[in-house]
Design a binder for this molecule. Structure first.
Ligand SMILES: Nc1ncnc2c1ncn2[C@@H]1O[C@H](COP(=O)(O)OP(=O)(O)OP(=O)(O)O)[C@@H](O)[C@H]1O
Ligand SMILES: [Mg+2]
Length: 651
């Protein structure tokens, strides 16, 4: 017995329940296989996806005893009655993780299912099985019993719409709703509320074009979608849609035209939020594109590098053997400079292609950056204030130090170019933790994060997404090569780290280099900590007539955990020692007005034997120090200082 507009009603015992519009269309629009099984255990209805899962063609399936026909022997006994048992969690569909579905061709297909109890239009209870192949994702929250209490058995459902609502209203992974022939919304399910953010009463009777972007509305996309559904029966598309809060998401949309007795009565619309899948696809596309560009760039760069090496070495020989003619020399100089520039370009290209030969070692970033500060400030120019904030006791990172230096220069040059009117560049380095899955392509764990932050013009999203592409530049022909960030990205990746950029127009740019900590850093780190612990904290008397050196050395020592008393002259040191001789070590400059460092050393050797003394000097030619006293060549690094203090204590 068929009714004109819904799941057909059937007298008890009838072995055929057939679906008609509009339920048919709604269920077919559902992405999983759906089976409706009556209390008698017979299949009342199944959708298109179910027939395809069963490899079905030919005879009618409806009316078959489900367990006998579609459940493989091994899983049979009591299968059907188990499906009627209440689910583990009330108001949730009953989940069955894996059972063998017997297809029409006799094949066993492992499937996962979720089962909900529903009522048919005649009021009789039935099971709604939502089935998906077991190796695919688990079936999305299927059409299931509504969270509100189902209608009492004694009140049969009055209309087909009511039964569809029952089927779809509690689905949360899909927005499933009906439109009237003009496109006005006539029903709304939980999934629609979740995905689009609107309550039912906010959208009922309004036109569904409200979910489209203004651009798509103007282009007439919503109406075109309905026209396609009418002319072909179904419209399938993907596109951007707008949530209530104005945010956009990528939607996969199916619109089915619903007919009753040949008359169009509306549309069934199923929308899925596929933003995540879309993002993953676009990331993959970008990665493939970069890989292809990388291979190409690397190949070209490699060949050019060899050619340029030949050109350069020939020019070198030419210069040596050529007659002393100034005009010829000038030509050779120009050719050499040109070839050198070409060689440095190919180096950057190879860096991007991750094909450069890195001389990787454990690098102390703090020392490297402090040593580079002057050069970076010079590169930034006088209108830019360069600040450094380096955390104490930074572990060493694994990279090529000279490539890392050129990366820093590239980043500072970029910041400078983004601040034509001047500004601030802040360079910071600290140990930071990357959480699992926080950043694609970088394992969780501790890294040294080196940040270069500027107060420049920043970038829009479009620019930001392309900056590491080689040859991408906004600086105009002849001004930028577009290889700077490509090179930095290549180096960081080749070192095992990750480059991250943050930027918004007008709000400056922050570039982060997440650098892996050197493998033996657990030991080095330990050593570092131990070293400071072994030797400190020490009371250090620091003597130097140059206030800049004094301030810098104090900072290095304090950073190592020592207490520093800084004085500007030898005599001041002698006076202080006379009052308070409780220092562990005196570190003094050599060339100072009044009393030089060696004279101070002699005084100390006489009056305070046993007091450690270090003479720090850039001069090679200075008088001998008293026995047992140490020299330290200027300029020195924090590591040099630390090691020397360590030796002193152990001696
Ligand atoms: N700190 C920054 N602020 C604003 N825009 C930046 C910044 N760094 C990079 N960019 C943008 O990224 C583009 C690419 O930078 P990249 O360093 O790769 O090449 P370039 O600076 O243009 O050329 P080159 O490095 O050879 O001088 C720049 O042209 C600029 O548009
Ligand atoms: Mg650059």
């Amino acid at each position: 017995m068929l009714t004109s507009n819904g799941l057909a009603s059937a007298s008890p015992g009838s072995d055929a329940l057939l679906p008609l519009d509009p339920g048919h269309a709604v269920l077919d629009a559902f992405p999983d296989a759906v089976f409706v099984v009556g209390l008698d255990g017979r299949l009342a209805h199944c959708n298109r996806q179910a027939r395809s899962l069963l490899d079905h063609s030919g005879d009618a399936l409806e009316g078959s005893v489900f367990e006998e026909r579609f459940v493989a022997q091994a899983a049979r006994s009591g299968w059907a009655s188990r499906q009627w048992e209440p689910p583990a969690q009330a108001a949730q569909p009953r989940q069955s993780s894996c059972w063998p579905l017997l297809t029409c061709s006799g094949r066993e297909r492992p499937v996962a299912s979720s089962t909900s109890r529903i009522r048919l239009p005649d009021g009789s209870p039935a099971l709604l099985l939502c089935v998906r192949e077991a190796d695919a994702h688990p079936p999305a929250a299927p059409p299931s019993a509504p969270p509100a209490a189902p209608p009492p058995l004694s009140s049969p459902l009055s209309s087909a719409e009511r039964s569809f609502a029952l089927l779809v209203q509690s689905v949360t992974d899909y927005a499933i709703y009906m439109l009237d022939p003009e496109g006005r919304i006539v029903s709304w399910n939980l999934g629609a509320k979740r995905i689009k953010g609107y309550e039912e009463e906010e959208v009922l009777n309004t036109h569904f074009s409200r979910f489209y972007t203004p651009e798509d509305q103007q282009a007439g996309l919503p109406q075109a979608g309905l026209r396609t559904a009418v002319s072909t029966g179904r419209m399938e598309a993907e596109g951007l849609r707008v949530r209530k809060d104005g945010s956009r998401f990528w939607a996969s949309v199916v619109i089915d035209a619903i007919y009753d007795d040949g008359r169009l009565i509306g549309f069934a619309k199923v929308t899925r939020d596929v933003t995540e899948r879309k993002a993953a696809e676009s990331q993959l596309r970008q990665a493939l594109k970069m890989e292809a560009i990388g291979r190409f760039t690397g190949g070209v760069a490699h060949d050019f590098n060899n050619l340029l090496m030949a050109v350069l070495s020939s020019l070198e020989l030419l210069r040596k053997r050529m007659p002393p003619d100034e005009r010829l020399r000038a030509l050779v100089e120009t050719a050499t400079r040109g070839a050198q520039r070409g060689a440095s370009l190919t180096q950057r290209m190879m860096a991007f292609a991750r094909q450069q030969e890195l001389k990787t070692e454990a690098v102390d970033v703090a020392v490297l950056l402090s040593g580079l500060q002057g050069l970076l400030q010079q590169a930034a120019g006088p209108h830019i204030f360069l600040k450094m904030a380096l955390a104490a006791n930074l572990p060493r990172i694994l990279t090529d130090p000279s490539q890392f230096e050129s990366s820093m220069l590239n980043l500072v040059a970029n910041s400078r170019d983004a601040m034509p009117g001047g500004g601030v560049i802040k360079i910071a380095a600290a140990v930071e933790t990357m959480l699992p899955r926080q950043l694609a392509g970088l394992a969780a764990g501790s890294y040294v994060c080196v940040r270069v932050e500027d107060t420049g013009e920043g970038m829009d999203e479009q620019t930001l997404s392309r900056v590491v592409e080689p040859f991408f530049t906004t600086k105009g022909v002849g001004k930028g090569t577009g290889l700077g960030l490509a090179m930095v990205d290549g180096l960081v990746a080749q070192s095992g780290g990750k480059l991250v950029l943050h930027s918004t127009p007008g709000n400056g740019t922050t570039v982060e280099m997440w650098m892996p900590i050197s493998k033996d850093e657990s030991t080095a780190c330990h050593l570092g900590a131990q070293r400071t612990q072994d030797v400190g904290p020490m009371d250090v008397l620091l003597v130097d007539d140059d206030p800049l050196v004094l301030a810098n050395a104090s900072a290095l020592l304090e950073d190592l955990g020592h207490r520093v008393t800084a004085l500007g002259a030898g005599q001041e040191a002698i006076d202080l020692l006379a009052r308070q001789a409780r220092f562990d070590v005196v570190i003094s400059d050599y060339a100072m007005p009044g009393m030089n460092g060696v004279e101070l050393a002699e005084h100390i050797a006489q009056r305070y034997p046993g007091l450690n003394f270090i003479l720090a000097s850039g001069f090679a030619d200075i008088p001998a120090l008293p026995p047992g006293m140490t020299r330290l060549a200027k300029p020195y690094s924090q590591e040099d200082l630390s090691q020397l203090l360590h030796q002193l204590v152990r001696a």
